[in-house]
Ligand binder design. Structure first.
Ligand code: NDP
Length: 296
């Protein structure tokens, strides 16, 4: 495997150590303990695992963690009331509503009800707009994590051609803004893009955020390119009845051609929670008018 393996787990661990130290300093110097509230509606087992994991890591970093688990029958008005109460709570600096919501709830209205200063997912239109004009914003966690992984191997990717496959509001579009801000030349591809393999082969930086297992093949990769695989797909394993996780990139093939590549699991995934904790610290510092910790 000639490609350099970008170890997201190790990079996320170092980032969380840095955040934990910053939280300890904020508590000692400013009596400020950042607090993150996570709201889960319904009993989807995968979401329950995510939420429990977020709560555990939030507390481990020295922050306050607030969990609000609401029944699947929760109405729009009840959910909005919880969000508004969290907006008013001075101990809560970050609010995350676990998506997707049950289908009877209007996600857009819930996201817009979150105070933009507490919107640690970075999905509120105010933060989306701020990111696009280069103003200080709370930036979506997964794409920000991808940009850190990229910069771990290419501190200054200015002038490189970045191709992002996927144009979702939570990954593809904010990823494009972040790469533009790093002075890349950015192309966004999607399901209607023509001759995607040829476009992908023109990429110095290829970000795959599609949700299709191993769609990006080895012969789509430009030799030496940096490949960031956002996909998390569960597929049947060789052993009957078992499953395994794969990305949107055919890893073994791609690693023969790429210059650097993220694995799945252990690449982008661990960065998302680390960046969520980082956003919570940023939100807490901003609301108190405290300068951000060094290297944030
Ligand atoms: P969405 O389903 O919202 O978006 C998928 C995008 O891929 C769409 O823009 C779609 O195009 C495009 N697409 C679908 N099929 C094709 C195709 N055949 N050719 C080209 N483009 C295609 O997914 P998300 O952005 O939410 O997530 C993408 C992946 O990232 C998923 O595997 C998800 O699990 C993973 N993920 C991982 C996270 C992490 O922490 N590591 C966090 C968030 C997501 P169109 O718009 O035209 O339909």
């Amino acid at each position: 495997m000639p490609a350099h393996l970008i170890d997201g787990k190790a990079i996320a661990t170092r980032l969380i150590e840095h955040i934990t130290a910053a939280v300890s300093d904020l508590r000692a110097a400013h009596d400020l303990q950042p607090g993150l509230a996570v709201v889960l509606v319904g009993d989807d087992p995968a979401s329950q695992v995510y939420v429990r994991n977020k709560a555990r890591q939030t507390a481990a970093a020295g922050m306050r963690s607030f969990e609000h688990v609401l029944p699947a029958s929760t109405t729009q008005a009840q959910l909005l009331a919880v969000v508004r109460q969290l907006n008013r709570d001075p101990g809560v600096h970050g609010i995350l509503v676990q998506l997707p919501l049950p289908s009877h709830l209007a996600e857009d209205e819930v996201i817009e009800a979150i105070d933009p200063a507490k919107d640690v997912d970075g999905f509120h239109p105010i933060n989306v707009g701020r990111l696009s004009i280069g103003a200080p914003a709370l930036v979506p966690c997964t794409p920000y994590g991808c940009s850190l992984l990229l910069r771990s191997v290419q501190p200054d990717p200015a002038g490189q051609h970045a191709v992002i496959v996927g144009r979702s509001n939570i990954v593809g579009k904010p990823m494009a803004q972040l790469l533009l801000a790093l002075n890349c030349t950015v192309t966004i591809a999607h399901s209607r893009t023509r001759d995607l393999p040829a476009l992908a082969r023109s990429a110095d930086i290829l970000v795959a955020a599609v949700g299709r297992p191993e769609m990006v093949r080895g012969d789509w990769i430009k030799p030496g390119a940096c490949v960031i695989d956002v996909g998390i797909n569960r597929v049947p394993a060789a052993e009957p009845g078992k499953t395994r996780l794969v990305g949107d990139v055919a890893f073994a093939e791609a690693a023969e051609v790429a210059g650097a590549i993220t694995p799945v699991p252990g690449g982008v995934g661990p960065m998302t929670i680390a960046c969520l904790l980082r956003n919570t610290v940023i939100a807490a510092c901003r609301v108190r008018g405290i300068g951000l910790p060094v290297d944030f």
